[in-house]
Design a protein around this ligand. Structure first.
Ligand code: ZN
Length: 340
């Protein structure tokens, strides 16, 4: 292998901007905070969800030890929900946080708390973006993250309630998620301004929760608006788990630069569907391949992804805590060593 010549940031942005790069970049749009990573950094859950120094230390393992061409300091999906009134059990080193009590019983009554941006869950995320930017001297892209209004709505109100309301109270539901969309848009801008180079917009608009038509009618207009408002700050990665084949043509029309995709999808077909409107990343399987496979299997999957047209290699979602460092290092090495 030839010696890499670009900084991780140059490499990742070359791939995003459809320019030549030295080796295939490997990024982590979602968390790679494993139990091994916590032990290596001395930064453990639950403190590492909101303690700035611990967030920084744990995120750094992704680049310093595993070799990813990025660092991502957002580990749970409940930072915003907690700051907005949900009672959250922050879990432990083997368990992700969960909502114990939702703050909303009726979507018509909810008001966004004033000054929510100064709450610890928001402010620590903003501060850690700036610390990581300085620590890596702008050479390793900092990937920030926000929860989109659809996911935020069900964290605050419950999945069943929300899905039911799309049928019973469609106009109120649209108004509710449109109101909530102010939060991820503002939070994304704050993270970009603090030092994030890329933002992940996590919205679980997957086929087991919403139909393609509900996506198109209720959520896609918000995604388009967010893409326009955020484009001058930097690229946005839309993250959605699960099978998205029937709504991928809509997703490709949002204006978001990148889609972070689950391995349940057919990669070659997805790459064809989005064409040059969007870049696809992800698709490396977590529960079977990364959690239970061998480095050789991971290497083969990375090569397969590249053959199918993926330029930005990454795990499909936040990885299980039990994934070995060896498998993550193998993922990155396979990306960096596969011939262009
Ligand atoms: Zn996910």
């Amino acid at each position: 292998m030839e010696k890499p010549e670009m900084t991780p940031k140059e490499r990742v942005f070359a791939a995003i901007n459809n320019m030549d790069f030295d080796v295939y970049p490997a990024i982590n749009p979602t968390s790679v905070a494993t139990v091994e990573a916590m032990k290596l950094s001395g930064a453990f859950f639950p403190e590492a969800h909101t303690d700035v120094r611990k967030m920084e230390a744990l995120a750094s393992v992704g680049h310093d030890v595993f070799g990813f061409d990025s660092v991502s300091p957002y580990f749970s999906i409940l930072l915003e929900a907690s700051a907005l009134g949900a009672e959250v059990d922050w879990g432990n080193i083997y368990e992700m946080p969960s909502v114990i009590k939702k703050p909303i019983n009726n979507i018509s009554d909810y008001e966004i708390p004033k000054n929510y941006m100064s709450r610890k869950e928001f402010s620590s995320m903003i501060e850690v973006c700036s610390r990581l930017k300085n620590k890596y001297k702008n050479e390793v892209p900092v990937i920030g993250k926000v929860i989109g209004p659809w996911s935020l709505a069900y964290h605050l109100y419950g999945v069943e309630n929300l899905v039911l309301d799309t049928i019973l109270e469609p106009e109120k539901t649209k108004a509710f998620i449109t109101m909530l969309s102010e939060i991820p848009i503002s939070f994304a801008k704050e993270q970009f301004n603090a030092g994030a180079d890329i933002i992940v917009w996590a919205d679980h608009v997957t086929s087991d929760l919403v139909s393609a038509e509900i996506y198109k009618e209720f959520i896609m207009p918000i995604h388009k608006k967010a893409a326009v408002e955020l484009q001058k700050y930097g690229p946005v990665i839309l993250h959605t788990c699960g099978n998205v084949a029937d709504r991928l043509p809509y997703i490709a029309g949002t204006g978001f630069k990148i889609f972070h995709m689950d391995s349940k999808n057919n990669i070659a077909e997805a790459v064809k569907t989005v064409g040059n409107r969007m870049l696809i990343t992800g698709c490396i399987n977590n529960p079977v391949l990364l959690a239970q496979g061998e480095p050789q299997d991971v290497k083969r999957a990375v090569e397969e992804n590249i053959k199918n047209g993926i330029k930005l290699i990454s795990p499909e979602c936040a990885i299980p805590f039990s994934v070995s460092s060896d498998n993550l290092i193998a993922l990155v090495e396979a990306a960096h060593n596969t011939k262009l």
